[in-house]
Design a binder for this molecule. Structure first.
Ligand SMILES: *Cc1c(COP(=O)(O)O)cnc(C)c1O
Length: 374
């Protein structure tokens, strides 16, 4: 294959000497797990999200599992989740023995979980709803809060795509964030949880570390000589290397999110002005952290071919998401289901490159090449 003159990756972490210096300094300190840097990262992340405390975890998936466990979700409890999400959202429910009830999206224009479909699927066994801020567009969490309150459900936010959004974590009982390598900020692997109820928060903190009642740091500081194990916990901790990287990345997050939004605006201008066969969901006025740039192709498009041709021009693209209810594990566990809007969206969507290492010329190049294929 001839090398294309330009290569535009789907996402690309921005890693500089700042991150290297921070991680190096964590290593040189000799204290490499659950120390001051984790505490600092938790504090600064909480403040950024108008919360007083946050809990650093090994991943967003671990965070979701901890949240569901701390709130007592267990065998056969039903939890409403969108099918248009990364599989981890539904898997976390399965880890507890709960049953994810997969919900359709609102429309092709608004691929958020549909409130009416969710409402129809509530039963006496429903305990919680997990909303996903698809692509960084935060769901109408006030509306979901009301639905949850009306039916006595927990509201959990999967905010893997929406760190740094002022509404992330505001209305949910608990919220999980991801710092995986392709997210808006990264610690390579890692996540963060915000929980509002102080008792549940303390329970979650224990569950993060084997269900133990005292932390390593307390023991080293001489505050505690023994400990109890109150629950069946996990090892879902974050280490000091990741936390030190998180502190540095968090300081750049606002600037990066602003820049992502400007890339998305440019995509919108170029697509809206020049094509009636390709659409970008949501609208200019909907607030987003612009984690993804999803594009809906025309109904009978040959998506695979289009992705291949783009790739030949150096443009990486992806699909967000293959629906959870179509994966063979979920067909096996939950049976065949039909969620027509999710299926249509998912069969026509491609995600275009969007990340802070791109520039406006890259956007113009991607759109120009895409429009040639319509
Ligand atoms: C990435 C992602 C997750 C999982 O995050 P990890 O930190 O990799 O566990 C969960 N939900 C959504 C919507 C994601 O995009």
């Amino acid at each position: 294959m001839k090398r294309p003159e330009r290569e535009v990756f789907l996402s690309d972490p921005v890693l500089t000497e700042d991150e290297i210096e921070a991680v190096g300094s964590a290593i040189r300190s000799g204290w490499i797990t659950m120390g001051d840097r984790v505490a600092q990262f938790e504090g600064e992340f909480a403040r950024e999200h108008n919360s007083d405390q946050a809990i650093a975890v090994a991943s967003c998936t671990a965070g979701l599992h901890l949240i569901l466990t701390a709130f007592g979700i267990t065998n056969n409890d039903e939890v409403l989740v969108p099918s248009l999400t990364f599989v981890a959202t539904a898997n976390a429910v399965r880890y507890t023995g709960g049953v994810p009830i997969l919900v359709d999206i609102e429309s092709l224009k608004r691929p958020h979980m549909d409130l009416l479909d969710a409402q129809r699927k509530i039963t006496s066994r429903t305990k919680a709803v997990v909303v996903v801020h698809y692509g960084g567009w935060v769901c109408d969490t006030e509306k979901w809060r009301k639905l949850a309150d009306d039916h006595g459900l927990l509201l959990i936010e999967d905010a893997a795509h929406a760190p740094g959004h002022e509404l992330s974590g505001k209305h949910g009982d608990a919220t999980a964030f991801s710092f995986y390598g392709n997210k808006n900020m990264t610690t390579a692997e890692g996540g963060m949880v915000i929980v509002h109820d102080p008792d549940v928060r303390e329970c979650l903190r224990r569950l993060r570390s084997h269900g133990m009642t005292s932390l390593t740091l307390d023991r080293r500081a001489g505050h505690a000589y023994s400990y109890d194990v109150t629950d069946l916990g996990f090892n879902y901790r974050m280490d000091e290397l990741r936390a030190s990287m998180g502190v540095v990345q968090l300081r750049k997050l606002r600037k990066w999110n602003d820049f992502r939004r400007s890339l998305l605006r440019r995509y919108r201008e170029l697509v809206v002005d020049h094509s009636d066969k390709i659409a970008i969901p949501f609208s200019e006025d909907d607030e987003t952290t612009a984690h993804l740039c999803p594009v809906l192709l025309w109904p009978d498009s040959d998506r695979e071919k289009i992705m291949q041709l783009l790739r030949r021009r150096g443009i990486h693209s992806s699909i967000h998401y293959p629906p959870v209810h179509k994966f063979s594990y979920y067909v096996k566990t939950l049976g065949n289901q039909s969620l027509p809007i999710t299926e249509e969206f998912s069969s026509r969507e491609i995600s275009l490159p969007i990340h802070p290492a791109m520039d406006m010329d890259d956007v113009a190049y991607v759109v120009e090449e895409l429009l040639k294929l319509q």
